[in-house]
Ligand binder design. Structure first.
Ligand code: Y12
Ligand code: CO
Length: 174
C-alpha cells in the first residue's frame, strides 16, 4: 500500500477522525504503510488523516540522542485520549502536511495519555519533552486542527502569504 501525504489546504485535513473498532489486518497494513510514508519523508509523527484515512490512528517515532530513528521507538496509538496535562512548553513545530514551514507553538509540557495498540490492548504513557509535543500535534490532527491554527492573526496572515508563494513556485518548477 503506497500512501500519499495530503497537504494543506486540502479539506480532508479538517475532517474529524472516527473511533477505530476493528483491530484487524486492514488496520495493520495501514499502520505499516503510514510508517513507511513517514520514514520516507523524514517525519517524526503522522496521523491517518494525513494519508486520507479519517480514523483515530497516529504514529510517532522520536529520534534518539544521535538523531537516529529506530523501529524500537515507534509508537502506534489508536483512539488516544489525554487523561492529564500540566505545564507549558514552546517548540518550533513542523508538519508533513504543511511542508517547509516551522513556527513556535505553545503546548502542555507533560501528558498522561491512554490509547490502544494495534491489537486493541489498552495502554497508558506518561509523556514529556518532544514526545508530549508530538502527541498533542497528532491528536490535534484527529480533530481537524493544524498547528498553523494556533498562530496569532498576523503570523497566520504571513504564513498564508508565504505558503501561497511557495505553492506557486512549486507549480512553475513542475
Ligand atoms: C514536534 C513537532 C511536531 C511534530 C509533528 C510531526 N512533524 C513532522 O514529522 C514534521 C516533519 C517534517 C519533515 C520535513 O522534511 C525534512 O526535513 C527533510 C520537512 O521539510 C520540508 O517540508 C522541506 C518539514 C516537516 C512532532 C514533534
Ligand atoms: Co502534522
Amino acid at each position: 500500500m503506497k500512501l500519499t501525504i495530503v497537504e494543506y489546504p486540502d479539506k480532508r485535513l479538517r475532517e474529524k477522525s472516527k473511533i477505530v473498532e476493528k483491530f484487524n489486518e486492514e488496520l495493520h497494513t495501514l499502520l505499516d504503510a503510514m510508517n513507511e510514508a513517514m520514514m520516507q519523508s523524514n517525519g517524526i509523527g503522522l496521523a491517518a488523516i494525513q494519508v486520507g484515512h479519517a480514523i483515530q490512528v497516529l504514529i510517532i517515532n522520536i529520534p534518539d540522542e544521535e538523531n537516529q530513528q529506530s523501529s524500537e521507538n515507534l509508537i502506534e496509538m489508536i483512539n488516544p485520549t489525554i487523561i492529564e496535562k500540566s505545564g507549558e512548553t514552546t517548540y518550533q513545530e513542523g508538519c508533513l502536511s504543511v511542508p517547509k514551514f516551522y513556527e513556535d507553538i505553545v503546548r502542555f509540557e507533560k501528558l498522561s495519555v491512554s490509547y490502544q495498540d494495534r491489537e486493541g490492548n489498552t495502554k497508558r504513557v506518561e509523556a514529556d519533552g518532544l514526545l508530549s509535543i508530538a502527541i498533542q500535534h497528532e491528536i490535534d490532527h484527529l480533530n481537524g486542527i493544524l498547528f498553523i491554527d494556533k498562530l496569532s492573526y498576523p503570523r497566520r496572515k504571513k504564513f498564508e502569504k508565504e505558503y501561497k508563494k511557495l505553492q506557486k513556485e512549486k507549480k512553475t518548477s513542475k
